[in-house]
Design a protein around this ligand. Structure first.
Ligand code: 5GP
Length: 185
């Protein structure tokens, strides 16, 4: 029997989701992060098995054929997916956090209706663009693509259970923890 809650957290690239999730897990070490599989190459600060399982396209497609994903999606020219066994094993121990985009979140909601879906918004679209630029490593055409995708993602927040604004990462992390502590049922 599952003991934990499945918690989906989505938000546009640049919204600061990673920082908020880290703060939540520092405050509540019992929260478990579901490590996704992806075909995108690792960034310099990323470790295989910690941030993602970095796999080949062939391996990912083999896993799709084996029905090994709770959800998966192809975006930004790569596959991303939640390995089913991982999420299920962790749920036996407690609450599991999934950092996934809206198409994956939709699949989770359809398959696991009791999952809790949380959408993180930027204070404004201008602030999101400013944050994307301030990373300094994103080419202009990529910024445009991400802003277009952000507009679409923001529209998806309608069907999430909770919407929070990341005006300050500490405050936002606290707000999500409060939501999780006060869930009905
Ligand atoms: P990044 O490449 O910047 O790490 O992630 C890009 C996007 O992929 C983010 O919006 C993130 O939430 C999403 N993502 C990460 N893992 C998964 C996954 O397992 N499934 C889905 N559907 N999206 C994911």
């Amino acid at each position: 029997m599952n003991r934990g809650k499945l918690v989906v957290v989505s938000g546009a690239s640049g919204v600061g989701k990673g920082t908020v999730l880290k703060k939540m897990m520092a405050l509540r070490p019992e929260l478990q992060f579901s490590v996704s599989a992806t075909t995108r190459p690792p960034r310099p600060d990323e470790t295989d098995g910690v941030h993602y399982f970095f796999v080949t396209k062939e391996r990912f497609e083999q896993m799709i054929a084996q029905d090994a994903f709770l959800e998966y999606d192809a975006h930004a020219e790569n596959y991303y997916g939640t390995p089913r066994d991982q999420a299920e094993e962790k749920l036996v121990r407690g609450t599991v956090l999934l950092d996934i985009e809206p198409k994956g979140a939709r699949q989770v909601k359809d398959r696991v209706p009791q999952a809790v879906l949380i959408f993180i918004m930027p204070p404004s679209m201008e602030e999101l663009e400013r944050r994307l630029r301030s990373r300094g490593d994103t080419p202009e055409d990529q910024i445009r693509i991400r802003m277009e995708r952000a507009v679409w993602e923001m529209d998806q927040r309608r069907w999430y259970d909770y919407i929070v604004v990341n005006d300050d990462a500490d405050r936002c992390a606290e707000e999500i923890l409060q939501i999780l502590e006060n869930l009905p049922g």
